[in-house]
Ligand binder design. Structure first.
Ligand code: GLN
Length: 229
């Protein structure tokens, strides 16, 4: 399992979301507080953000805490839409930068927190790696993010043990699902944070119940039960 975090709002720095908070993704990479599967997230990380309409990424197959440059560069990376993740590779999955979220189709940045049997996913020429998360991302991109709820319910039906927490952003929207793992939301005055777990102890964090989909846009946040369409 992994931990992910998304931001939609006023432009803020990546450092302010993942490095500065007491329990930000950097700390979650070695000491997550709510992770149900796996002890730490040492198998890579990814920072994705929108630069205008262009998604940009910085990914690595090494632990976030060991990176020599992130602390220096992250304060200068500012965006109004950010998708970041730290990875704990599932057994048998490749450990390489291309297997670390966020994945992209050129329009969306997408992270998967969970595990799915690869045999229920179609092989896709568009997949960035051979891990389950990259194959699932390719399927979601192919079906379109407007069908995210239906795709998740369908994949869960073919693999009842699957855990399918998705976080995706396209610059003006964030979508997040809960299917088997934790998710919390923090509504700030300057925007909304959607994260696998709270980055601090602010009592304003709201826990999202399992099997739901959250949509964040400039008009606010909407929560719906996850069911096929
Ligand atoms: N199944 C994922 C992988 O190995 C585990 C990491 C995650 O939760 N995305 O890529």
């Amino acid at each position: 399992m992994c931990r992910h975090l998304g931001w939609l709002g006023e432009p803020v720095s990546v450092a302010s979301l993942i490095l500065e908070p007491a329990n930000g993704l950097l700390v979650q990479s070695y000491s997550p507080r709510r992770q149900k599967h796996g002890l730490m997230n040492a198998d890579g990380w990814g920072v994705g953000f929108f630069d205008g309409a262009t998604p940009r990424r910085w990914r690595s197959a090494t632990p976030m805490w060991g990176d020599a440059s992130l602390a220096s560069v992250a304060p200068a990376l500012r965006s109004g839409c950010i998708v970041t993740a730290v990875r704990s590779a599932s057994v048998g999955m490749p450990i390489e930068a291309a297997a670390a979220a966020p994945f992209t189709d050129g329009h969306w940045l997408l992270s998967h927190n969970g595990l799915v049997d690869r045999s229920v996913l179609p092989l896709s020429a568009g997949a960035e790696s051979t891990n389950d998360s990259a194959l699932l991302a390719a399927l979601i991109f192919e079906r379109g993010l407007d069908s995210l709820a239906g795709t998740i319910v369908e994949v869960a039906a073919s693999d009842p043990n699957a855990r399918l927490n998705i976080l995706a952003g396209n610059g003006s929207r964030l979508l997040a699902t809960t299917w088997g793992d934790t998710l919390s939301v923090l509504r700030r005055r300057d925007g909304i944070v959607v994260a696998s777990e709270p980055y601090d102890d602010d009592p304003a964090w709201e826990e999202i119940p399992d099997r739901h989909i959250v949509e964040v846009s400039s008009s606010g946040m909407q929560l719906s039960i996850l069911r096929g369409s």
